[in-house]
Design a protein around this ligand. Structure first.
Ligand code: RIB
Length: 301
């Protein structure tokens, strides 16, 4: 039987300008290229998982504006169950302003809008979906109290709770204890563990601290250097993929969605991370968030 993935998280519309370099504070730069495409860490991870072959339900909130309705249509076109993407008449859909430089590095400002009003009550409407899921995947672009609630109810009913702590925020140990897997990048791992990450030894120590705080397993993504896994007290380092980076936006989201798809297919965490590395490497070679997410047919192996 196909194992289901529920993603609880944010939906944004991304307004992207790519430039030779990022402007300095107070500076105006001309000559950029504009792209509008759907984004938001929650939706990106849901779309990534669906395109990679997962059976995905998204629990989220958008406004009653055209950004929201267009986003829902696009999620549905990717095969996502959108029954629990709520509309909020009082708040606009989330928007992200993104600038990308010629090296593929970005900076992002988000107006959360309706995402900041996804509540435990909204989650309760989706309880049936969570009950029938194998994996529940979240990020931190919705209220932390909602993330804590979902983690609690999902863990109580034996689900694998996966958290991508992006954007970074201090997290209570009561939440960390409910996590089967934390997938963090280097700066998130540094902020959550308090360990400055300078080399592989410090990466391993950061995972030790996170596991001591209650997380069962940790993956730290290292960009082109691959990823580091701490699973049941054992360490594995997975090499990266060398590609020409065009835009790093949503590479982490692709990675998270891909790990969950592979776990839902019964693969080991190490196999899941290898698969996710290959998927994320495709995303960085293309512009935008959901415009860059790969399909299963594009991924080798
Ligand atoms: O992770 C990338 C995403 O972060 C973008 O799509 C943007 O919407 C922000 O949420």
């Amino acid at each position: 039987m196909e194992q289901k993935i529920v993603v609880v998280g944010s939906c944004n519309t991304d307004m992207v300008i790519s430039m030779e370099r990022l402007p300095l504070p107070g500076e105006t730069l001309l000559g950029g290229q504009f792209l509008m495409n759907p984004g938001g860490k929650g939706a990106n991870q849901a779309v990534a998982a669906a395109r990679l072959g997962g059976s995905v339900t998204l629990v989220a909130k958008v406004g009653t504006d055209p950004f929201g309705s267009r986003a829902i249509e696009q999620y549905a076109a990717d095969g996502i169950d959108v029954r629990y993407v709520n509309t909020d008449p009082s708040h606009p859909s989330g928007v992200a302003l993104i600038m990308v430089d010629s090296q593929g590095e970005n900076c992002i400002a988000v107006a959360s809008g309706a995402n900041a009003h996804l509540t435990a009550k909204d989650v309760d409407h989706a309880k049936q979906a969570i009950a029938s899921a194998h994996i529940v995947l979240m990020q931190l672009e919705i209220p932390l109290i909602t993330v804590e609630y979902v983690a609690h109810i999902a863990r109580q009913s034996g689900k694998l709770v996966v958290l991508n702590p992006a954007p970074a925020h201090p997290l209570p140990e009561s939440l960390l204890r409910n996590l089967y897997l934390l997938i963090a990048n280097e700066s998130e791992a540094e902020q959550l563990s308090g360990i400055p990450i300078t080399d592989m030894d410090s990466v391993a120590r950061a995972t030790d601290v996170l596991c001591a705080k209650g997380v069962a397993n940790v993956v730290i993504t290292l960009g082109s250097r691959g990823a580091f896994i701490r699973e049941h007290g054992c360490y594995h380092q997975i090499p990266g993929q060398q590609v020409k980076a065009v835009d790093a936006t949503a590479a982490g989201d692709t990675f998270c969605g891909a790990v969950c798809v592979a776990l839902a297919e019964g693969k080991s965490l190490t196999e899941a991370v290898r698969f996710a590395n290959r998927c994320a490497a495709i995303t960085v070679t293309r512009m935008g968030a959901q415009s860059s997410l790969p399909y299963r047919s594009e991924v080798k192996g």
